[in-house]
Design a protein. Sequence first.
Length: 247
Amino acid sequence: MGKNEGAAPAVRARGLRVVRGGRVVVDGLDLTVPAGQVVGLLGPSGSGKTTLMRAVVGVQTHVTGELDVLGLPAGSPDLRRRLGYMTQAPSVYADLTVTENLRYAATLQGAPRGSVERVLAEVDLAPHARDLVATLSGGERSRVSLAVALLGAPDLLVLDEPTVGLDPALRRSLWDLFARLRDDGCSLLVSSHVMDEAARCDRLVLMRDGAVLADGTLAELRARTGADDAEGAFLALVDAADAAGAT
Ligand SMILES: Nc1ncnc2c1ncn2[C@@H]1O[C@H](COP(=O)(O)OP(=O)(O)OP(=O)(O)O)[C@@H](O)[C@H]1O
C-alpha cells in the first residue's frame, strides 16, 4: 500500500472565492488534488494560480467557501509545519551566505538539527554552502529559496513558478528533484505557465479566469480533446468553454 493511500487529499476546494483589490479573482472554484502526486497548476498569467496557492498556504485574505489542506481547514496552525511554500520573489538575504540563510530560516521554522545539511544536498547546493547569495546565479538563488521551503520536511510543497528563468538542464534537474520528493511521500503543487512542463506532472489543473477549466492526467486531457500536448489540450478546452458560453 502506498504511503498516501487513504490519506486526505492534499487540497480540496468547494465554491472557493477570493476577492483581491475589490475584484473577484477566484470565483466558485472546485478542486481536489490527491496526495502523493506532483500536480501542475497551469494557466495564463493572471488566471489565479498564485492567488489559489496563497489561499492554500493560508496567507490570502478575503477567502470564502471551503478549503481543506491535508484534511484540515486552510490556515490551521497545525498546518504551518507541514507546508513548504516558495513564492515567485526570492525569500533569501543577498548579504548572507547560503548556509547562514538556511540556519536563520531553520531557527525561525523550528526545523530539526541537521536539516540545513539535508536540504543543501537535496537541492545540490553543498558546493556553494559558503558563498554569499549575492554572488550566486539566478538558478542557484532560486534553489536556495527552494531549500528554505524544504527545511521542515513538509508533507505538501507549494511552489510558485519555481523553474521560471532557468535553463533547460536546471529545469530538468529540478523536476527530477520534485519526482524524488514525491517518491518519498511528499505532495507537490507546482505552478507554471510553461505548458511543456506538463509532461513532468502526474496530474494537471488547467486554470483560466479564476476557475478550473479542466483537471486530470495529461493522457486524459489529450484523449478528451484529441490534442497532442498540454498546450493543444488547453487551447481546445478554452475554445470549447467559449463556444458553450456563447450559446
Ligand atoms: N494585490 C492584488 N490586488 C488586486 N488584484 C490582484 C492582486 N494580486 C493579483 N491580483 C489580480 O488577481 C488576478 C489573479 O492573479 P494571480 O497572481 O493569482 O495570477 P497568476 O495566474 O498567478 O498569474 P502569473 O502567472 O502572472 O503569476 C489577476 O487578475 C491579478 O491582476
